[in-house]
Ligand binder design. Structure first.
Ligand code: PLP
Length: 443
């Protein structure tokens, strides 16, 4: 098909969308019966501009990543300049300034003790890398049989095989891949909410599993404080402190998956900071490059690095082709500078109160189970799952980009969102949820 025909742009757009529908797989969609997709022409600040001229306020920050907004002049300039110097070079045997600067910047801001940096391509791969590190850590010491993982329910860690194996066993993909996925241990999800009073019994299930199974467990992996795609739950910092203590007690490594929570989203730079703990291994991704490029990083302690390197096989066995890509590293360095140079804590607090105020009207709607806000994350949990195709279109018709899943309608906008746009975003969310719920009642 020819895409450059001198037709009206509407016809062009229709043709492009038809090609897309007939040939392209989108995330979690059917090829035969695809959900509607919208053609984005450009984006600026918090606005997505569609091909047909409509503008949408983005409530998703492209899945947590675009924290400084789209087409940020500083980030765009950085990546342009870097492209003129060095777009890519293999990382085996070679290194470069952007990777070194990024490693420095990360070590400075992450929870203390993490000073060995491994760069990789995406969040899921970072989780694979972290899990391989934990297995190698015990293998290198000649300890056999400590190669299983303990996690908590309602988690999400990515779509590759080992990442899937520690996603929630009910909402994850365990059934489809039965017999292929390794079977690991799942403690109950924390039920004590972020600002509840701490209840001692919340840690029982975790403690019991670790007590019984620790001889076969190399690491605990979890998302600190905010469980993202597995349920958008915010749990109590004391839970995380207990997990850290118990990992120490049983000499099990702690892997913190901060791919969603990293870089200020929850109100602290990292989820672990709410509890004042450091993991042994930390996974970062999503907002790392301000949403400009795919990049992830795994940070480990000196101890983990040393043990892996001193035993057999003496090296850490991983090395992706695009490891430490200079474009991605350079834009990540700039993104971190932008964040640290801003009044980010005050700003996230401003968004937090805007979300609290703006989502409050949802609370009393019949069909709404819960409304919760932490940092720049706002969640409206419904009683029943949404009708995806319908609600998606309603959001677009109401000038916002919000993409719910299941019973969860949630927003985590770019940090640069102004108060007025934030109010427009939450008003549209409430209006559409109300329309959706009343439509359901009529059925
Ligand atoms: C998104 C996410 C991942 C997976 O990252 P990808 O870049 O999509 O592979 C892993 N863990 C958490 C907590 C995430 O939110």
């Amino acid at each position: 098909m020819s895409m450059g025909m001198p037709n009206s742009s509407v016809t062009d757009a229709a043709r492009l969308l038809q090609f897309d529908r007939e040939h392209i797989w989108h995330p979690y969609t059917s090829i035969d019966n695809p959900l509607e997709v919208f053609l984005v022409e450009s984006a600026d600040g918090v606005r997505l501009r569609l091909q047909d001229g409509r503008e949408l306020i983005d409530g998703m920050a492209s899945w947590w990543s675009v924290i400084h907004g789209y087409n940020n002049p500083e980030l765009t300039r950085t990546i342009r300049e870097q492209a003129g110097r060095l777009s890519h070079v293999m990382f085996g045997g070679l290194t470069h300034l952007p990777a070194i600067e990024l490693a420095k910047a990360l070590i400075d801001i992450v929870p203390k003790g993490l000073n060995r940096v491994f760069f990789c391509d995406s969040g899921s791969v970072a989780v694979e890398v972290a899990m391989k590190m934990a297995i190698q850590y015990f293998f290198a010491q000649g300890v056999t049989g400590r190669n299983k993982f303990l996690t908590i329910r309602s988690g999400y860690h990515g779509d590759t095989f080992h990442a899937m194996s520690v996603c929630d066993p009910t909402t994850g993909m365990h059934q489809i891949y039965q017999g292929v996925l390794p079977q690991y241990f799942f403690a109950d999800a924390p039920s004590c909410r972020f600002s509840d009073e701490w209840r001692e019994d919340d840690i029982f299930s975790f403690r019991q599993l670790l007590t019984q199974q620790h001889r076969s467990i190399c690491a605990v992996i979890l998302e600190p404080i905010v469980q993202g795609a597995g349920g958008m739950r915010f749990y109590h910092p004391e839970y995380l402190r207990r997990v850290r203590q118990l990992c120490d007690e049983f000499s099990v490594l702690l892997i913190a998956d901060e791919i969603a929570t990293g870089f200020g989203r929850s109100g602290r730079l990292f989820g672990c900071d709410h509890a004042g703990i450091s993991p042994d291994i930390l996974c970062l991704g999503k907002a790392l490059t301000g949403g400009y490029m795919t990049l992830a990083a795994v940070l480990a302690t000196q101890e983990v690095g040393r043990v892996i390197s001193r035993g057999e096989p003496g090296v850490f066995m991983h090395g992706p082709t695009f490891m430490g890509n200079p474009l991605a590293c350079s834009v990540a360095v700039r993104s971190i500078q932008l964040l640290l140079d801003s009044n980010w804590q005050e700003n996230i607090a401003r968004i937090e109160s805007g979300l609290q105020r703006g989502l409050e009207p949802c609370r009393n709607l019949p069909g709404v189970h819960d409304v919760r806000v932490l940092g720049a994350i706002g969640v409206v949990e419904l009683v029943r799952p949404v009708k995806m195709a319908r609600i998606q279109r309603l959001f677009v018709d109401n000038g916002v980009w919000i993409r719910p899943f299941g019973r969860l309608v949630y927003v985590m906008p770019p940090y640069v969102i102004g108060d007025e746009d934030l109010a427009t975003l939450t008003q549209a969310l409430c209006r559409v949820v109300e329309m959706e719920l009343s439509h359901e009642q009529q059925l």
